[in-house]
Design a protein around this ligand. Structure first.
Ligand code: GLA
Length: 386
């Protein structure tokens, strides 16, 4: 266990004893993620390639009777809820992610009398690193282990996604919950978002002397914002015009042929999705061949497409990408939903300091707030710790 994780487990254990009395029945953790490539493809039934990173939500939990959910977040405070009152449309704030996961498990047929739960998180909120999926997945795994429920990781990811879609009210795809549930160390997760078939693709960064830097612009994104729902709607319209079930089924050539019928905006959105799906498969091919140093151009092309065709970038993200490339990165792109949040840069290990300094200096020159820059190491998905 890393030092951070040992700290977090000791912290939730003692907070549990202090607040609820006695020992928790177990400890669980679920990681944050970055997406290597495959952006805005999950809700189009396409492919994504996320990896879990070394930031996580850690929970301590125990069953209780009496129909109550007693929640303590070490960052956000305390809430006591009646389980019977948790339902779509009735919740907001951080507790909705926890209560939503419990509600969603109950929809699977699991009987829950109540739960005491303490959680701590070192995932920045609103940075596009999926802090919400980490909360849902850590809670869900705890509730499932204590009260019973599905074993299958893909099923669990769907249960967590339902919490976010229905109780939190964010129309997200399946990528984040699958990443939190199913990633493994030293690998990226190739996920077919239609079948949920998953393949662990080696991402041996250290062996190739590479570093994947996360550049958190600290510009908060608002995922629940209308822009995300708007992109989803436009993609559905484009699929209908193309006569396919979803944009996963359209190639770049199909989109080109239908250019006039689609019209400007739908054409550009569809072109991004078709090309992005192809890029995911190209990157996977290079990784399977053990050539991670060659994926850079695909990452950078993905960024250009998200900026120009899908139009979900932000000046800070574009700056992070440009500055990283100018300072020696092999490839760089925004990651996550966009409109702020994080960028990724792949670089030779020896260039890490120079790239981080160049990005920070460029942010200062443009009068943006200072970014937070840290390396991403591919980690395991959600698991029980004790
Ligand atoms: C958010 C959503 C995901 C996915 C990405 C964009 O992270 O939660 O489902 O759509 O945006 O790729």
């Amino acid at each position: 266990m890393s030092a951070e994780l040992v700290d977090a487990t000791a912290t939730v254990r003692s907070a549990f004893a202090e607040r609820f009395g006695g020992q928790p029945e177990g400890l669980w953790a679920a990681p944050a993620r970055v997406n290597l490539i495959g952006e805005h493809t999950d809700y189009n039934d396409g492919w994504v390639l996320p990896l879990a990173i070394d930031r996580r939500v850690t929970v301590a939990a125990a069953r209780r009777s009496g129909g109550l959910l007693r929640l303590l977040s070490l960052q956000r405070g305390e809430q006591v809820l009646r389980l019977a009152a948790v339902r779509p449309g009735a919740m907001n704030g951080w507790a909705a992610y926890v209560a939503g996961a419990v509600w969603s498990l109950a929809q699977e047929g699991t009987q829950l009398d109540g739960l005491d739960l303490v959680l701590t998180s070192d995932v920045p909120v609103g940075s596009g690193l999926s802090s919400s999926a980490a909360v849902e997945c850590a809670t869900l795994l705890a509730a499932r282990d204590l009260h019973g429920g599905p074993e299958d990781r893909a099923r669990l990811a769907l249960v967590a996604q339902r919490a976010e879609n229905e109780v939190v009210g964010v129309p997200c795809g399946i990528m984040d919950q699958m990443a939190a549930m199913a990633c493994t160390a030293n690998h990226a997760l190739l996920l077919d978002c239609r079948s949920l078939a998953a393949e662990h693709v080696p991402l041996a960064l250290d062996a190739a002397d590479l570093v994947l830097l996360v550049i958190d612009t600290r510009v908060a994104h608002a995922l629940a914002d209308s822009a995300y729902a708007d992109r989803r709607r436009t993609c559905q319209e484009a699929a209908r015009i193309l006569g396919v079930p979803s944009l996963r089924d359209a190639t770049d050539a199909d989109v080109e042929t239908a250019r006039d019928r689609l019209g400007g905006v739908r054409y550009r959105r569809a072109r991004h999705v078709a090309r992005e799906n192809a890029r995911v498969l190209d990157v996977v091919e290079l990784l399977r061949r053990g050539q991670p140093e060659r994926i850079g151009p695909s990452l950078t092309a993905s960024h250009a497409s998200l900026r120009d065709d899908y139009q979900v970038s932000a000046p800070e993200l574009d700056t992070a990408v440009e500055a990283a490339l100018a300072a020696g990165a092999l490839g760089a792109r925004m990651t996550g939903a966009g409109f702020g949040g994080c960028a990724l840069a792949l670089l030779p290990a020896g260039a890490a300091e120079q790239v981080a300094e160049a990005v920070t200096a460029t942010f200062a020159a443009r009068e943006f707030g200072p970014p937070e820059i840290f390396p991403a190491h591919p980690m395991d998905g959600a698991r029980r710790l004790a």
